[in-house]
Design a protein around this ligand. Sequence first.
Ligand code: GDD
Ligand code: MG
Length: 366
Amino acid sequence: MRAVVLVGGEGTRLRPLTTTVPKPLLPIVGQAFLERQLSWLRSHGVDDVVLSLGYLPDAFQTHFPDAQCDGVRLHYATEPYPLGTAGAIRFAAASAGIDERFVVCNGDVLTTLDLSALLAFHVERAAEATIHLTRVDDPSAFGVVPTHDDGEVKAFVEKPPPGAAPTDWINAGTYVLEPSVLDDVPPDLTVSIERETFPRMLEEGRRLFAHGTDDYWLDIGTPDKYLQAHLDVLAGRVGFPPAPGAIEIDPGIWVVATPDVAAGAVLTPPVFLDADAVVGSGAHLSGASVGVGAVIEAGAHVENAVVADGARIGPDARVIDSIIGPGAVVEDSAVVLDHSIVGARARVDAGLALAGSRVEFSAGAS
Ligand code: GDD
Ligand code: MG
């Protein structure tokens, strides 16, 4: 089975992390999100994937130098300019010669969906396209998809105004498509599958179905959801172990190698310490994912936070509900709160307090 994975978006809601690393390559508990998605696809029989690239395409080829991952062969289809979701699928399918039923995934959806069951549903209904649905509290940020009892789609409403959604079942970003879905997508034009192709299929009375499930599902594309993904993976909601090679040394405390944790440091589950992470005396970590070679100095407090590879949290600093990018530094006694993102190699000066901030280079008192 072949699949197209859409990874061409700019990931604007996760800037400045995505200034240097495309969203699908951001790590979730020490493993690139896309590697997790490719392993999930492989577990359902997908062995050939076209990555639909646009933004920072070279990063993908560098990340997968052998054009394969976990038994999945990779192809790269780089758009000359953003073609929209349907345009991107068409371009990718044409460039890789896809001419049979195939799977499409948004490149930012972490899920345990039984893809094999979705494929079986598609075949049973003799559908031309089948959309996976999930249920969310606030459907307004998604494509909202009311259906008939047998799963036939009644309407597709992309991002309705708050309160206007006809159902809380939303497009979960995994599709099974027959190649004919792409016949009407003109080459070289920007076309959205959500706003144009699916609604047009309904107007034309074509067989568009949707299948709702209660599998684990999360779009990792905003700071709070990116943090949530770490907690969910560490809690085992997406499978075990939470990262390749991770070992549970105490309940809910996962490490990749023997960690350098000083006596007097307090680790409250869940915590993940990647290789060569260092935790100083009196530091307190809770709901924390700490990257390769990152350093949490004495007395620092890290809670519901991601500290990426090579980052450093200075003595007595506090990082709560926030993401510290690779090689970034939070200096002594600084406070970083409330979904702040400190970008790669950026610096937060000693004593500074930030809430809900995005730091691309440095944040200081002057
Ligand atoms: N190649 C390419 N070209 N990829 C694109 C383009 C493009 O022009 N535009 C977006 N993508 C990719 C993004 O990289 C991402 O993986 C995926 O398409 C979805 O884009 P997002 O920007 O994350 O969309 P969204 O989350 O606001 O909404 C989409 O996902 C929701 C589920 O998470 C829609 O499909 C909604 O209907 C859906 O509910
Ligand atoms: Mg998204």
